[in-house]
Design a protein around this ligand. Structure first.
Ligand code: ASP
Ligand code: MG
Length: 410
């Protein structure tokens, strides 16, 4: 939410939902830029801030918007009240600044909604086992919204954002990107983990676990825009529901690019049992998330090269840890490259079709794009390429799989 003008827009959306016959609970985020501003205050006050006090400060953004939205709804003639995290309450663990929601007591809020009162709930906050306010990590109001939807057994959790849905790929890269009518939870998780930051990833895992149907839609709408019930956004649902929606089936649902990975090559690692464990053990202990891994076939003299990727932010730490272990691991050299990008094609259609990866490799080969590493899951194929070729790769794949706006399904 940004400013009181946006709050009025949101209030109008909420009022229309209620007028359409729904009992409505609204989870609000802070005004745009507000949480960043509050985080900065904490840094200025004490660079080594105590996470519990940080939570007291940053939870304030949502407290303000929840009160303002309730006031604005009342001004429109609706019955509305705010329910702060500790009032509901939304129970979390004690991991301040990155707390996880446990359970939510929803009896009082359900009773109030049944009596015609709109419930306005600040996202991002709850109350820890220690009795203190706790926040859920940046972007956490998406997760709050899904958790509240599950707790009140909502028909649907509509998430209003600054985009109007989930696209086949980033529309800033591919002008012909299409808005998807629906995606499955798993597809959304894969797309999120490879760089489509529409929702906080945790909110999607929670929705999948709790079976909450989610719709992503734009909050920039006027009063005559279609109602959320007409499903103008993108639905995120289970596999079964997606099948039931009977849409033209695409082999590939979306393409994502992630420039936040870096490549590490260890040369001449001993080709013997335990060598790989010796490399990845210390990285795991340091909570460094290794993604793609390739071990080349052994060379003569019982040696092999091992290539893998880590988040760019962890590259320096990775390098230092490996240098420390150089004697134990027994490699020759570390070669690193932060100028790489991971391009992923995602789609549940892959499960039942052969040749999906081959199409990807062929399309890239035709344009002379070199593939440095490959990884796959049941519904995803990822390749690592030179970062400079990111946009080109996404465009040609978007075309190759028939995803362009004006093209027929592949
Ligand atoms: N206001 C919080 C943040 O910016 C939570 C959210 O907006 O989802 O991270
Ligand atoms: Mg957000």
């Amino acid at each position: 939410m940004a400013g009181t003008e946006r709050i009025r827009r949101v209030a109008n959306i909420v009022r229309r939902q209620q007028a359409a016959g729904h009992e409505v609970a609204v989870v609000v985020s802070a005004m745009a830029g507000e949480t960043d501003r509050l985080v900065n205050f904490c840094r200025e006050a004490n660079p080594l801030y105590d996470p519990a006090e940080y939570d007291v400060v940053v939870a304030a953004g949502e407290q303000i918007t929840s009160g303002l939205l309730a006031l604005t709804l009342q001004a429109l003639g609706c019955k509305a009240r705010s329910w702060l995290g500790w009032q509901l309450p939304i129970h979390t663990d004690n991991a301040h600044a990155k707390a996880r929601i446990g359970d939510i007591d929803s009896d009082a809020v359900i009773a109030s909604m049944q009596a015609g009162e709109i419930a306005v709930i600040p996202g991002f906050q709850g109350i820890g086992e220690d009795g203190r306010v706790a926040t859920l990590g940046r972007g956490g109001s998406d997760t709050s919204a899904v958790a509240v939807a599950a707790a009140v057994k909502a028909d649907r959790c509509d998430i209003y954002t600054d985009v109007d849905g989930v696209y086949t790929t980033d529309p800033r890269i591919v002008a012909k990107a299409r808005k998807l009518k629906a995606v499955t939870f798993e597809e959304m998780l894969e797309l999120a983990s490879v760089g489509s930051k529409v929702l906080q990833t945790r909110s999607v895992s929670l929705a999948m676990k709790e079976g909450v149907r989610v719709q992503v839609l734009s909050s920039f709408v006027d009063d005559d825009a279609p109602l959320a019930d007409d499903l103008p956004g993108t639905l995120i649902v289970s596999d079964e529901e997606l099948e039931g929606l009977d849409m033209e089936s695409q082999l590939i649902t979306g393409i994502a690019a992630d420039k936040n990975e870096a490549k590490v090559i260890l040369t001449r690692v001993p080709d013997k049992p335990g060598a790989v464990a010796q490399i990845f053990g210390p990285l795991a202990a340091a909570s460094i998330n290794v993604d793609m891994i390739i071990q080349n076939v052994g060379r003569e003299k019982g040696e092999t090269d091992v290539t893998f990727t880590v988040p760019s932010a962890d590259l320096v730490r990775t390098q230092a840890l490996l240098e420390e272990q150089k004697g134990e691991i027994g490699f020759n050299r570390i070669i690193t490259d932060a100028k790489v990008a991971k391009i992923s094609i995602v789609g549940v259609g892959m499960r039942s079709h052969a040749g999906i990866a081959a199409t990807m490799f062929k399309a890239m080969a035709d344009r002379g794009i070199n593939i440095q590493a490959i990884s796959t899951s049941e519904i995803k194929v990822s390749v690592l390429i030179d970062e400079d070729e990111t946009e080109l790769a996404v465009r040609i794949l978007h075309t190759a799989y028939g995803l362009d706006e004006d093209s027929e399904a592949a």
